[in-house]
Design a protein around this ligand. Structure first.
Ligand SMILES: *Cc1c(COP(=O)(O)O)cnc(C)c1O
Length: 441
């Protein structure tokens, strides 16, 4: 693949500029799309999603032979079209709620390829998932395991289960997305002995078919060594369970978390190289520990959809506060992308049309909510003559944006449009004000 690296770093090869200098996405005219569908607008480059899924599938095949699997962590972007694509590409999925299960079901996704996560599945969630044939449950804790046993017994089935284990790893990422430390709301820690006791419990339950272990240490990870340490700890735990409980895990799920390039100073993570390095390390570790290699799965979310997404906004005002800074207000905000407000996440923001020769100014791009924290990005360099009515694009918005959108201030959520082979198609229509009152009785 040819990497387009002109003066301006557009982060991903699906972002370009046409002859007039106007920004394009998946080769398409953004002003035309904004005109048809309105703004704010979520765009997805369908070819990029498929390309990422294929990269993962060929990487696990290369790294683990027929013993590697990939599930798309669908919390990153959950709507019917995404599940249709995952089904067509032969991918598995992770789901975390009845809403995600139902969306996948409505899209015709084969739910035996779904893994059901979450640290608190209610009895109703468990029943809902079993009734729709969700293949694997990832149990978080002992109480949940009893509830799974109970629902499986009622149905006379043996439910495939993985146990979520906390390996005690700090992945050096934002605190809010670090999930593998001992002090975490997720899973059972090896260090405290709770991982060993939940294993014993799972083995004692007649309607639970324990298939192995799961861990997920965090998100937006660029450092391969995080996965190398994780595999060592998890294989060590598998060996220990074999030694002490005679239980040999057949599957190890190493979670997701592979990093994505949001700004030009961030690296591009080589997925295949990372997975192959993990596989090599695992083969060595398993040999040292004298255990057979388990089947291995990964659950990428962000790295499948992030750079397949872009958000378009229309500028409402440019307010320069002398001695302070310039605020660019747009027609969206924390309601369509709460990630800066939540984690201070970096993004790249660009004007859609070129401003040749214009001076640049450092701005805060802010939303329209009645909330000072409603900031999309700070420290953005934009043309000093940018004005009301112009379009700006935020890059790499495919993961955890639409999925995290809210109706705060009763702002309707934007439409989602899929771009494919030069054509565009609505995947989720724009919410209307009538939709907003439709639940009010
Ligand atoms: C969120 C999550 C993932 C996906 O993480 P990404 O950073 O989006 O790749 C995978 N597994 C579990 C259990 C998760 O909670």
């Amino acid at each position: 693949m040819i990497e387009i690296q002109n003066r301006e770093d557009l982060l991903c090869e699906n972002v370009g500029r046409d002859e007039s200098g106007a920004l394009t996405f998946a080769g398409q005219d953004l002003a035309a799309l904004a005109k048809i569908y309105g703004t704010p607008l979520y765009l997805y480059d369908e070819a990029r999603i498929r390309e990422k899924m294929r990269t993962y599938l060929s990487a696990v095949e290369k790294a683990f032979g027929g013993r590697g699997h990939v599930q798309y962590a669908s919390k990153a972007a959950s709507f019917k079209r995404i599940y249709e694509i995952a089904a067509e590409e032969g991918f598995g999925i992770d789901v975390v709620s009845c809403g995600e299960i139902y969306t996948a079901y409505a899209a015709g996704f084969p739910l035996e390829r779904a893994y059901f996560h979450s640290n608190n599945k209610t009895d109703a969630d468990i029943a809902f998932a079993m009734d729709r044939g969700v293949g694997t449950f990832v149990a978080d804790n002992a109480e949940e395991l009893y509830a799974i046993e109970n629902e499986a017994a009622k149905r006379g089935i043996s439910q495939r289960v993985l146990l979520r284990i906390t390996p005690g790893i700090d992945p050096h990422t934002y605190a809010a997305v670090a999930t593998g430390k001992v002090d975490s709301k997720f899973g059972s820690a090896i260090e405290t002995g709770q991982a060993a006791s939940i294993t014993a419990l799972a083995l004692s339950l007649p309607h639970v078919k324990l298939c192995g272990f799961h861990c997920h240490v965090g998100s937006q990870i660029f450092d391969e060594s995080v996965y190398l340490s994780t595999q060592r700890i998890m294989l060590g735990f598998i060996a220990e369970m074999y030694r002490t409980q005679g239980y040999l895990a057949e599957e190890l799920d190493l979670g997701g978390g592979l990093g994505v390039r949001y700004t030009k100073d961030q690296p591009t993570l080589d997925i295949e190289k990372t997975l192959c390095a993990v596989a090599d390390a695992m083969k060595k570790t398993a040999a040292e520990l004298g255990i057979p290699m388990p089947a291995v799965s990964f659950e990428p979310g962000r790295s499948i959809v992030a750079d397949a997404g872009m958000t378009l906004y229309r500028v409402g005002s440019r307010k320069k506060i002398p001695g302070y800074k310039t605020y660019i207000s747009v027609d969206g905000g924390m309601t369509d992308n709460p990630r800066f407000a939540l984690y201070g996440s970096p993004y790249t923001v660009l004007p859609v049309l070129p401003h040749k020769g214009a001076e640049e100014e450092i701005c805060s791009v802010v939303g329209r909510c009645c909330e000072s924290g409603d900031i999309l990005q700070e420290g953005v360099s934009l043309p000093a003559d940018l004005c009301r009515g112009e379009l700006i694009a935020m890059l790499t918005t495919g993961a955890y944006q639409y999925a995290m959108a809210s109706n705060y201030n009763r702002i309707p959520r934007p439409a989602v449009v899929m771009l494919r082979d030069g054509a565009h198609r609505l995947a989720v229509r724009r919410e209307t004000v009538e939709d907003l009152v439709s639940l009010d009785v």
